[in-house]
Write a protein that binds this ligand. Structure first.
Ligand SMILES: *Cc1c(COP(=O)(O)O)cnc(C)c1O
Ligand code: SF4
Length: 452
């Protein structure tokens, strides 16, 4: 009988290739194409310790691994990048090998983690190192308490990769040629003060553990932080934020002690009626492989919910095609697309930023392409500490001059906030207006007056 023909065919076979692309995951030994990794076996590459130990931390290491694949021009450009960037280099071999080295200039992963001197633009006149004013809303070190019932806790300043666009470049990853940083690693005395503070705030139910990255805590440290928080009666929900799933999936697959600490916390939470979930950060489909799928499958098997927060970045994910594909691919891996952020106005990031208009257009195009619960909310985290706002909820938007004015009724009642589109995306006339300090300030004042 041929009645079951369709059920015995994998559903993806019934679709045109472009429709099922989100269901295919790269699984070849892609790293062996790089001269320095030609002899690295799959077992070695799968080992989380190997990945961390062989992380690329200097331009010359990159050069050695790439050999003839790296042109002198791009090499010099990378060295120039190191003079400017506020972030040190650190890239897992996994991500490094996913870069298309035949076209490094345009590769979205190279853009995120290996800045080139030639790509930087002057910072926006209203950029700030602590653009979100996290320090201002910080009652004790390593903690930001901005919203009524949720807090942001930064227990470490280390990450397995350093993103050149990090919103906390003022703290994360150690000093660079252009920025001195006082913080480094883990400080348990500061943790104690954080726990004590949360205990005194009975309205706080929700703790975001960010950083830095939770994969850089040892298993024992992760357990200590998680258990201390779960044991605070008012804490109901913990999110463990880690880019690890995206850039270091081996951690979830071969570091059983660490993975056990994570699942242990999840189980402890569940037994107490509390949520422990993972928030991760995939930016684009180029960084999703079968390794990502396996890491997400392992988390799914353990019953741990995973959500994704991406940053909207020019040349990385700012096309409809890429954003829809990213959304579908994440959903297929049981990762819920949660937020897409407008880029923060931090140093060294002007080339990444997009206009509010562009964000709105992308949000419009993505909504409706898949399940509503798998559709990310596009938000702007307001410079100056107004918190996250839906991208279309500004009070006023002068699109010509790239000035939007926002309110934050719950977070900072009565106060207005501004976000600015990147100047290089404005008309020539508007760019000229921005060059003049007085005209610039007058435009901003005028926009604010429209709302007051
Ligand atoms: C983003 C953030 C949170 C969490 O906000 P959600 O919208 O619930 O994801 C909490 N505190 C601070 C300071 C934040 O920046
Ligand atoms: S993983 Fe997060 S905290 Fe770490 S460098 Fe990247 S953006 Fe910054």
């Amino acid at each position: 009988m041929a009645t079951n023909v369709h059920t015995s065919t994998h559903p993806s076979k019934l679709l045109a290739p472009t429709m099922s692309q989100h269901r295919t995951f790269k699984n070849d030994e892609f790293w062996r194409a790089l001269p320095g990794y030609a002899d690295v076996s799959r077992e070695e590459f799968a080992d989380a310790r190997w990945q961390l130990k062989h992380s690329i931390r200097k331009v010359d290491q990159a050069k050695n691994i790439l050999g003839h694949l790296l042109s002198e021009e791009v090499y010099q450009d990378m060295i120039q990048g190191q003079h400017i960037t506020p972030m040190n280099i650190r890239i897992t071999p996994y991500i490094f090998a996913l870069i298309d080295w035949s076209d490094p200039i345009n590769d979205p992963l190279r853009k995120q983690f290996l800045p080139l001197g030639s790509q930087f633009l002057p910072d926006h006149p209203y950029y700030a190192e602590d653009s979100l004013a996290e320090d201002e809303d910080s009652p004790v070190e390593e903690l930001t308490h901005r919203y009524h019932d949720k807090v942001l806790f930064l227990p470490t300043t280390l990450c397995p990769v350093y993103c050149s666009y990090c919103t906390r470049s003022r703290l994360i990853g150690g000093s660079t040629e252009s920025v001195e940083k006082e913080t480094y690693g883990v400080n348990k005395k500061k943790w104690e003060a954080v726990f004590e503070y949360i205990k005194t705030q009975p309205q706080v139910e929700d703790v975001v553990l960010s950083g830095g990255d939770a994969t850089m805590l040892t298993a024992a440290q992760l357990t200590e932080v998680g258990e201390s928080l779960l044991n605070i009666p008012n804490v109901r929900r913990i999110r463990i934020a880690t880019k690890g799933v995206a850039i270091y999936p081996q951690k979830f697959l071969t570091d059983d002690a660490w993975f056990g600490a994570l699942t242990g916390l999840h189980k402890m939470g569940r037994d107490m009626g509390k949520q422990v979930v993972v928030h991760t950060h995939f930016s684009c489909t180029h960084e999703i492989t079968d390794w990502s799928k396996q890491a997400c499958d392992r988390l799914f098997d353990a019953g741990i919910i995973v959500r994704n927060q991406a940053v909207l970045q020019a040349g990385v994910n700012n096309t409809v095609e890429e954003m829809v594909m990213l959304t579908r691919k994440l959903a297929y891996m049981n990762v819920q697309p949660y937020y897409v952020y407008m880029h923060d106005m931090v140093p060294g990031c002007e080339h990444f930023r997009t206009t509010i208009k562009e964000g709105e257009e992308l949000e419009k195009a993505v909504r409706g392409t898949t399940a509503g619960f798998n559709t990310p909310t596009f938000v702007c985290d307001l410079p100056g500490g107004g918190g996250k706002r839906h991208i279309a909820s500004y009070e006023y938007y002068d699109q010509e001059n790239g000035i939007s004015v926002w309110s934050a009724p719950n977070v900072k009642p009565g106060k207005l906030f501004t976000y600015f589109d990147p100047i290089h995306k404005l008309s020539k006339d508007a760019q000229a207006r921005w060059m003049d300090e007085k005209t610039r300030q007058a435009m901003v004042d005028e926009a604010i007056k429209k709302v007051e």
